[in-house]
Design a protein around this ligand. Sequence first.
Ligand SMILES: [Zn+2]
Ligand SMILES: [Zn+2]
Length: 691
Amino acid sequence: MTHASTKQPLAPSNQTLKRQILMTIALPYANGPIHLGHLVEAIQADIWCRFQKMMGHEVHFFCADDTHGTPIMINAREKKTTPEELIAKVWSEHTQAYKSFQIDFSHYSSTNSKTNQQMCELFYSQMTAKNAISRKSVQQLYCTNDDMFLPDRFVKGTCPKCGALDQYGDSCDSCGATYAPADMKNAACSLCGTKPTQKSSDHVFFELEPHREFLKTFLERSTAPEVKKKMLEWFEGDLRAWDITRDGPYFGFPIPGEKDKFFYVWVDAPMGYISTSKEYFDSKGLDYKNYWKNEATEIYHFIGKDITYFHTLFWPALLKTADFQTPKSVFVHGRLMINGEKMSKSKGNSVAASTYAKHLKADYLRYYFATKLNSSLDDFDLNFDDFMSRVNSELVGKITNLASRGAQMLMKKNQNRMTTLDSKGLELVRKAQNQYSVITGFFEAREFSKAMNEIRSLAEEANRYFDELAPWKTIETEPDKTHQVLTSTLNLFRILAIYLKPVMPEYSEKVEKLFNEKNYQWSDVNSILENHQLNSFEALITRIEKEKLDLIMSETRSLNEVIKTEKAASLTAPATAGMKDSGTVDIEDFMKIDLRVAEILKAEMIPEAEKLLRLQVNLGPMGTRQIIAGIKAAYDPNTLVGRKVIVVANLKPRKMKFGISEGMVLAAGPGAPQLFVLSPDPGAMPGDPVK
Ligand SMILES: [Zn+2]
Ligand SMILES: [Zn+2]
């Protein structure tokens, strides 16, 4: 390899300024797939991590699954499995998803680990020793049927403000009001429909008020001005003590010395940052305290704005109480929108990482996110048309084009061997090298979109140079000059590819191979290749095809539809049970419902759906119908064939991923898996009306 030396005083000496960086992203909850919203944060942090590594710093990057809490316990119960099995399955899905986007964690663990439990206990013993906790009796809603305290999200009822039905216990989706579950009308346990009672329980609280001054200083030093401003609103009154207790049954760690009480999931989740790193450092024979109790280590948390409160108030106060170092900065980012809309399952636009990865390369998304990401809290939009056109016109059309056109001509005419640079080409190469400090500054400040603008304008200049000198016209008449132009063009491309390496690791690896080099470091932009032997050109990246994006969206809609239908199916029983409190209906209303006897002709599994069976039913004179029913958890399909059941025959047909469902089978019970299909006594015939 011929690195002609340049006299650029650009790269700082990495050795003298070697920083020790420990960084984390928020732990995804082990109750659903990784979606593109998670990837915004993961990609943002990963770009920064790779950039710091290329600068020669010591960087450790950690994450884990957040595994505790009521939703996971309930989800496991519904799936007839244990929480441990459920989170193990999700862990392998999550790690696979991050891997397919080249997120380069040092270690990815789980909050349900022995190390994490010990960490919680260590923190708790420090809190106790320092008198940082208090006890209070709290009144909570309790379901006597499920024998458990109900978190707000597990209470459903009528909004006390606007009267909207079927709202959660903490807020109304319809009018946006927030309230206590006890204020709702017709409050019911969302698991079984029973009306909750009040029950009191002693809880342990972590006192925040003593940390008032420390937290103000922390916000000043470690958060962006807009974050600080928002958080300071909490300081107007006393800082409220934080309830760190949850009553059993609860999937989590027991609080030492307490009976049937557990740490709230938000206590052990951030501990996961430390315990995950401890597992890693232990495995390397290093002491985690050299990082977490060492001021020389820069600790950074990358988070979304919805969890700022926990990370900038409770977490630093906990760390301080336990004599750990607080983060140097908490980096907060905005939310991802998809085609101008908030991402949600009900909108059918929550794109799973695995759905995207099935059809498109990670590099495209990493490139596009980089063109949008900056250090602000603003939401940003993944617009599919813009995504496709920017990748195709900039990344493929401008940047990659330099390599493909230049290298293919060099291969044909010069056996892949470079010569020297022409003067105009050298001038441009110097210019690209001189952007080093500007681009470095933008990467350091997480102003990736600005860095990408600089890179793109360098690519535009390189394209103008290439088009002006038109080597394809001079290749026969002026072979030596053309050879120089190709050499300059490829040098320009190489510099761009090094600048892009934190953003597109896979792409840059192919570039390294093309240039017959290895493991680009950030300072490699300062070298120039002359009389250097290249490897043969292989395609680096291709255009995004519109069909791929259409496939991603249609698969996403179907997947979200399955989740929605399963949710509706699992909510059918409780919603009906809840009706006992919700007043009366007129006989006319009741008569509108056409209930009929039906005979099940065929019943089959729908492998992609966890709760659904596909039924063919005979309605006598009304013919045969397909019904997709949420009874898979309770019935083996074979046992259903030949049975007579009661169906709602005039339900509006519903289009689903697996076809149209033309009715509903009636079942009783508290909810899956305890579901019991209603049957008529012998004698009733298919199609008979129920009166
Ligand atoms: Zn409301
Ligand atoms: Zn209940």
